[in-house]
Design a protein around this ligand. Structure first.
Ligand SMILES: *Cc1c(COP(=O)(O)O)cnc(C)c1O
Length: 360
């Protein structure tokens, strides 16, 4: 089949689109669902799947919602788009705006955006401004700017974003033949957990699933307003994508938690980093730190005995590890530079860890 699959076409029956909606696409959605054998061995859960959203065109799940938001903006005659972002929304908005040939403005929390995301926004030609303050302050600024009507706001306060993002729940149900027992997902602005729950509810109505999963959301300890029950003025975590103190979709997240019989819990930055290493080294899946929060939560809950009766889990890995190269670089010390000889390399490595096959 030539060309990239178009998410809008594939799920048109479940999205607020019509024939008039432009079929904007960069090949978003249709991401891999990968079995996680090392995590299964560690946690004792019989079946764990990783939904690898870092395989989307700009490397995060944001593309699912962005393609719908920008297509509908075009359909409505918009001439520009605007967003606040911890990085991935900016990368995605900038890419789809470039694709649609309209200008994109992104407002970033100064000093808090991972390098890979920033260079994407630069490469796609977005107009970029940093503001002093956390993401929440940047969001307040773009809401005010959008009210003037010059550009369409494409943050997840735009309900079209969540419509597009819910398609990931459809894909999970299609791949497994039903919804899993439990879904583990990182929570920042709380749009994605809200979107997945909407997707699972609609999936049962549409015959894609017979049941709904328990929803387990994970925030970083220093940015866990949904756990403490009140907004946080100065959120702090190395997982910059979930460094948010006052989630826009607060009510949606709480509804997903309560209606599903799930939980929203906190994990420490150390637990996030340990899960980040584990995903890369024991599963071969390189994610960004925010995504690792979901794995950290799964490991923590399993250790505490909190997965009674849970046989099948899906863990949403929201973004690609290449987004945050500075963090990845801290996983290893200096790399030796030696002469270009087998002897020198052998001395530096000390051994390659393999074994000479018998009879070789
Ligand atoms: C946006 C984002 C999140 C948080 O999603 P919310 O919808 O804001 O809760 C988590 N991980 C990554 C990689 C993200 O880009």
């Amino acid at each position: 089949m030539p060309g990239a699959p178009c998410l809008i076409d594939r799920y048109a029956a479940y999205l607020p689109v019509s024939e008039r909606t432009p079929r904007l696409t960069l090949g978003e959605g249709g991401t891999p669902l990968v079995r996680a054998r090392s995590l299964e061995r560690e946690t004792g859960v019989p079946e764990i799947w990783l939904k690898v959203e870092g395989a989307n065109p700009t490397g995060s799940f944001k593309d699912r919602g962005m393609v719908v938001a920008v297509a509908k903006a075009l359909e409505g005659g918009a001439r520009a788009v605007l967003c606040a972002s911890t990085g991935n929304t900016a990368a995605s908005a900038a890419a789809y705006a470039a694709r649609a040939q309209i200008p994109c403005t992104v407002v970033l929390p100064a000093g808090q955006v991972a390098l890979g995301k920033l260079v994407q926004a630069v490469a796609f030609g977005a107009r970029i401004v940093s503001v002093r303050g956390p993401f929440d302050a940047a969001l307040a600024v773009v809401k005010e700017l959008a009210a003037a009507g010059e550009a369409t706001l494409v943050n997840s306060v735009n309900p079209l974003r969540l419509e597009g993002q819910k398609t990931a729940a459809f894909e999970v149900c299609e791949a497994l033949g039903d919804a899993p027992d439990a879904l583990f997902i990182p929570v920042g602005n709380a749009g994605n957990i809200t979107a997945y729950w909407k997707g699972f509810v609609e999936a049962t109505g549409a015959g894609m699933a017979r049941r709904r999963p328990r929803m387990f959301g994970y925030q970083a300890e220093g940015a866990a307003p949904l756990v403490s029950g009140r907004p946080i003025a100065e959120p702090e975590t190395l997982a910059t994508a979930i460094r948010i103190g006052n989630p826009a979709s607060w009510k949606g997240a709480v509804a997903a938690r309560d209606e599903s019989g799930g939980a929203i819990e906190a994990v420490s930055d150390d637990e996030i980093l340990a899960a980040y290493r584990f995903a890369a080294r024991c599963e071969g899946v390189f994610v960004e730190p925010a995504s690792a929060a979901a794995i950290a939560g799964l490991r923590k809950r399993a250790k505490a005995g909190g997965l009674e009766g849970v046989r099948q889990v899906v863990c949403v890995l929201t973004g690609n590890g290449l987004k945050d190269p500075d963090r990845a670089r801290t996983l290893a010390g200096e790399i030796d530079e030696v002469d270009a000889s087998a002897d020198a390399v052998r001395r530096a490595i000390g051994g390659m860890g393999g074994h000479r096959p018998p009879n070789a």
